[in-house]
Design a protein around this ligand. Structure first.
Ligand code: PEP
Ligand code: MN
Length: 271
């Protein structure tokens, strides 16, 4: 595993020490295809999308119950009910669930959540990371809006130092001068992070681009770059989604993409 060295000024000079942490088996043994809405909106909505993405080939269901939005005027999520409805969708479909934790004090609500997501805006919430390091939960750590790969790996180490090495890294786009896309998806992060650590690396092309028709090509590119998984926003009614409809795929577009991801992985990796 990557370990911070004394001379970390240049990213390619980072000192790497694989095996520094004991890697735990996580949900991550196979390709991770995480799909679901940006936000849980209702029981009916999340259960219906859960059934659809499962039929489409998803291996985990995502959904935000607490939404850490940039603007306080935007929809903030339905809160505790969102976790309750996700658990119902999990029970119905058997899909493990992923949801974002907004802060340490919410930990008790995430007891039955399989993968705890640390959002981009919380990547350097070190007290939260340390607390998650004391749990036995899989942690999905998203890259901060303007964070370097080095900073992302330091954040992963905050979790792992506590004894929890079940961490998944997620490239979700970074802030650049380019305004045509919501963020600039840095796919070079995938092979770089994999060369620097043993941690699984997944890609979120939905937040990485912000535009529905870019999700498919960027997903396939991420697979070609060696990603261990993808996190894709899927909504049954993108136009009326309470959050991030513009970057959400319909269930049928998701299924088509999932089929092609499978084909591409077979061609490239024989899996
Ligand atoms: C999300 O995945 O729901 C999300 C808010 O993403 P990010 O933290 O990457 O902005
Ligand atoms: Mn979203």
């Amino acid at each position: 595993m990557w370990r911070a060295g004394r001379n970390t000024a240049i990213i390619l000079n980072i000192f790497m020490a694989r095996g520094a942490y004991e890697m735990k088996k996580s949900v991550c043994e196979d390709f991770l295809l995480i799909a679901g809405p940006c936000s849980v909106e209702s029981r009916i909505q999340i259960c219906s999308i859960a059934r659809d993405v499962k039929a489409g080939g998803a291996t985990l269901l995502r959904g935000g119950a607490f939404k850490s939005r940039t603007s306080p005027h935007d929809f903030q999520g339905i809160g505790e009910d969102g976790i309750k409805f996700l658990l119902e969708a999990k029970k119905e479909t058997g899909l493990p669930i992923v949801s974002e934790i907004p802060g340490i004090s919410y930990l008790r609500l995430f007891e039955d959540v399989d993968v705890i997501q640390v959002g981009a805006r919380n990547m350097q919430n070190f007290e939260l990371l340390k607390e998650l390091g004391k749990t036995d939960k899989t942690v999905l750590l998203k890259r901060g809006l303007s964070s370097t790969l080095e900073e992302l790996l330091f954040s992963a180490e905050y979790i792992m130092e506590g004894g929890n090495s079940d961490v998944i890294l997620c490239e979700r786009g970074i802030r650049t001068f380019e305004r045509s896309t919501r963020n600039t998806l840095d796919l070079s992060a995938v092979p770089l992070l994999k060369s620097m650590s043993d941690l699984p690396v997944i890609v979120d092309p939905s937040h990485g681009t912000g535009i529905d028709f870019l999700v498919r090509p960027m997903s396939l590119a991420a697979v070609a770059a060696g990603a261990d998984g993808l996190m894709i926003e899927v909504h049954n009614d993108p136009e009326n989604a309470l959050c991030d409809g513009a970057q959400s795929l319909t269930p049928s577009a998701f299924k088509e993409l999932a089929d092609d991801i499978k084909k591409l992985r077979t061609v490239l990796y024989g899996t």
